[in-house]
Design a protein around this ligand. Structure first.
Ligand code: PMP
Ligand code: GLN
Length: 385
């Protein structure tokens, strides 16, 4: 019964692996979500909003004005970007809805979209929902470097480029040099750039540079982010798109028919949180850096080869070092054999062979949880091939 454009996408790997974790009672280092709540002050702000008598009905389509203003102010304060709080911001149901509304609002059937693989799964599905198709540029392990010539070749005749930095699943943070090359390709080919920056605050090495801050890019770039990652409230699903009014207007025109508006009390709380984002995020970022180091060291000790991520929630390990040849099979067997869940990175590649032996582990977990997962993996060692 599923429409043909959605049939290739099946059930997401996150749903599959979290269900497996629940069934086997394994430690879930698959789907990326923290196992501790975000700052108590932000929780209290939701409670106040809930009981204020003015935050339990529909929000305006664009988002509650305080949140729209806080997003515009965040972009100005942090990155020097000039964003119109009314026409340059659209609040969405997580970054996921912003991505869907972007594709549905901006793409014509038959348009081509350049995407770097591995990619977050919803890009491909929503490009297909819009009747467009994707052109892939492959980032390969161990360094996941971007081949700018391949990008330029893929961009010819395309309409849009989708970029994600800090990157899920590799943890790469694009450098200014790479971003300059990408900007050149966008300008030369008159592409709309869509940047997914949900991990913008979670950078351990280097710095996050929004593509929109590069010369001549603000007018062609739609920037997407989310409160889920920055404040550890992934279940609240408060996301947004910001940028030039013509691009944001296209997102809005699709979003109004997807969910219209919602999450009003959460929007109020995130407005207050964003105004003080740096203070809230600093301890989270420090804890995640330590968690990254702990998990990378543990995976190495367990005999896996690890690419050190510069940002985000995830580390990739190559299981070829254990003699394994297929990460999908390995990940399906891991919960029963070892009591740990991880995600095969091949699920993020269009090219099934790229990343065949890579496995993504989430480190947004408490140290004792990571310690137990490492102990289980080390005890199993090369028995798990
Ligand atoms: N983009 C990337 C790169 C992600 O990893 C995620 C996962 N959370 C999303 C978008 C979706 O974000 P949200 O939960 O706010 O919908
Ligand atoms: N962003 C999360 C991840 O990559 C999962 C989000 C989802 O379940 N769709 O693990």
């Amino acid at each position: 019964m599923i429409a043909s454009r959605l049939r290739p996408f099946g059930t997401t790997i996150f749903t599959e692996m979290s269900a497996l974790a629940a069934r086997t009672n394994a430690i879930n280092l698959g789907q990326g979500f923290p196992d501790t709540d975000g700052p108590p002050e932000i929780l209290t702000a939701v409670e106040s909003a809930l009981h204020s008598g003015a935050a339990n009905q529909y929000a305006p389509l664009a988002g509650v004005p305080d949140l729209c203003a806080a997003i515009a102010e965040h972009q100005r304060r942090r990155y020097g970007l000039d964003v119109d709080a009314q026409d340059g911001v659209q609040v969405t149901f997580g970054a996921t809805e912003a991505i869907a509304a972007t594709m549905l609002g901006l793409l014509e059937a038959g348009d081509e979209v350049v995407v770097l693989e591995p990619f977050y799964d919803s890009y491909a599905a929503t490009i297909a929902m819009a009747g467009a198709s994707r052109r892939l540029v492959t980032l390969r392990p161990p360094d996941f470097a971007l081949d700018l010539d391949a990008l330029a070749a893929a961009a010819r005749g395309a309409r849009m480029l989708v970029l994600n930095s800090p990157h899920n699943p590799t943890g790469r943070v694009l450098t200014r040099g790479e971003l300059e090359g990408i900007a050149r390709v966008c300008i030369d080919n008159d592409l709309v750039a869509v940047t997914d920056e949900v991990y913008e605050h979670l950078v351990f090495d280097g710095e996050h540079i929004p593509l929109a801050t590069l010369p001549q890019m603000a007018e062609r770039t739609l920037t997407i982010s989310s409160a889920g990652k920055s404040f550890s409230f992934t279940g609240w699903k408060i996301g947004w798109a910001s940028g030039p009014p013509p691009l944001v207007g296209a997102v809005r025109s699709a979003k109004q028919f997807l969910s219209f508006a919602g999450g009003t009390p959460f929007q109020h709380a995130i407005a207050a949180a964003l105004a003080d984002a740096e203070r809230h995020v600093a301890p989270l970022c420090a804890a995640l850096r330590a968690a990254r180091d702990q998990l990378c060291a543990g995976l190495r000790a367990a005999g896996l080869e690890v690419s050190i991520p510069q940002g985000g929630y995830f580390v990739n390990a190559d299981i070829a070092a254990l003699g394994a040849t297929d990460a999908r099979r390995w990940c399906r067997a891991l919960p029963d054999r070892v009591g740990v869940v991880a995600i095969p990175t091949s699920a993020f590649y269009g090219d099934a062979d790229a990343g065949r032996t890579l496995v993504r582990f989430a480190f947004c977990k408490r140290p004792e949880v990571l310690e137990e997962a490492i102990a289980r993996l080390t005890a199993a060692g090369s028995a798990v091939t």
